[in-house]
Design a protein around this ligand. Sequence first.
Ligand code: PLP
Length: 383
Amino acid sequence: MHTPVYMDNAATTPICPEAADAMRPYLKAYFGNPSGVYDLSVQSRRAIEQARAAIAQTLSVPDETIYFTAGGTESDNWALIGAAQSHVKKGWHLITTSIEHHAVLNTCAYLEKLGWEVTYLPVDEKGFIDPAAVEAAIRPQTVLISVMAANNEIGTLEPLEAVGRIAGKYGILFHTDAVQAYGHLPIDADLCGLDMLSASAHKFNGPKGTGFLYVRERSAVTPLIHGGGQEYGMRAGTENVAGIVGMGAAAQAAAQTMETRARTERRLRDRLIGRICSELPYVRLNGDRKHRLPNNASFCFPGVDSVSLLVMLDMAGISASGGSACASGSGMPSHVLTAVGCTKQEAQGALRLTLSAENTEDDIDYTVMHVKRIVNELRCASV
Ligand code: PLP
């Protein structure tokens, strides 16, 4: 019997030992409210500031530009709604892409209900946006451009530097949802001309329900959560001390191991993609072969039902997903796969395998063996 194979790291990752060890004292002994004046509180405050500094260092930005949130969804909501509210005098127009996570897309839908106009840029068959299309969509009323760093379903890396140059040229705020990229690939906030960046700890071996928003200039956004004066008066609520400490440790560990992890992941990913594409008939590889997240492999198997495939993989001890974890179970073809031109039949046979550097070649070969067997069985059963 093969040990279980976890291939759903885009959905979430296990907490790394560095984060777990760093968090433990703040779950028990150091429980002080960081806003207090006594020593127990000061311990918590100090730990928060250390985590802030560690995260700021990974992006080469000042500490006070990092604001803690309850995860990627809150960070995305804050960036979009906060920027919109802060710039209503300038205009009522935002630009984003048609393949963003629902944390961005549904926030845009909310803003549309309030009267904002949103341009959803199309992508090509690999999932890339065209920077020239971003420039063409700009209006005098455009206040924000939001383009994800890496797509959560197909792994495509978007041309952030080119978009950043355009945003800078027109003096428009530029936000990126880096939830899948941060901790996995280097991001230079200045080089990309970023005003804001969203990240989420549980995607880089930190705890769930913790994230941050990088905001270069505080005036870019209004607060989204109102209450006490925490986070420089920008995000109210008693801080999730243990979560923040864990995220800081995870960010630091991720930065230190990024290069070697990415190299291992690329090697495993390329073996997985190479074998599946050459050993199975009628396979569509989603996204670009090379310019994708190091750990992402996304396929469509026409004639296969994704849910059956996932259940049968689970029976073989392999955890994987169809489109994104959030969309699976909805019965709707993924908006990302539709945007890259997949037919409904192709999108219904989607499989996303997102590995980690903890996986082995043996895990890859085991997964390939079962994907081949199950795809063949399901195709035979459907004719
Ligand atoms: N943005 C992207 C690209 C994601 O992949 C996710 C989660 O899958 C989110 C935002 C939401 O992050 P969180 O789960 O921390 O709310």
